[in-house]
Write a protein that binds this ligand. Sequence first.
Ligand code: ADP
Length: 152
Amino acid sequence: MKKAVFPGSFDPITLGHVDIINRAMPLFDELIISIGINDTKNYRFSLEERVAFIKKTFSHIPNIKIKTYSGLTTEFCREIKADFILRGLRNPADFEFEKAIAITNRKLTGIDTVFLLTSADTAFISSSIVRDILKHNGDVSKFVPVAVNKSL
Ligand code: ADP
């Protein structure tokens, strides 16, 4: 049974995340979308809201689970016996950042990170751009799943 963790802030989940998740499903038996809690970060959406958006978006897929965690992602993976970490790559900056973390994580625990390259039509989407648009009351319907857009 291949179990992967997709860690992130998901503040909020976007169509970029959704694309990576859908494309990862054939690779794993179970995918745990895992919201990392970082007390030093200021989030736009509460943890409950972020969980609810993901639940609503993927309620029809039984082998997608949602969890929250604090502390090291590798520790969390060990606790829930996940074999892989899933991450998305959009650009060279993502690659450089992710490379160091993935190598460190593998050295720490042996857990490997599987990277999927963003799709051409979602490459430009990021939660931070969505938050910026929202700050100015703009329309984000093209960038987020229906569950997020409906709640705004
Ligand atoms: P974090 O704070 O951990 O980067 P995010 O919620 O911003 O959390 O991102 C979680 C994961 O989703 C990261 O691997 C990120 O690269 C990936 N991701 C975010 N947006 C996109 C996108 N448009 N295309 C592909 N991957 C993406």
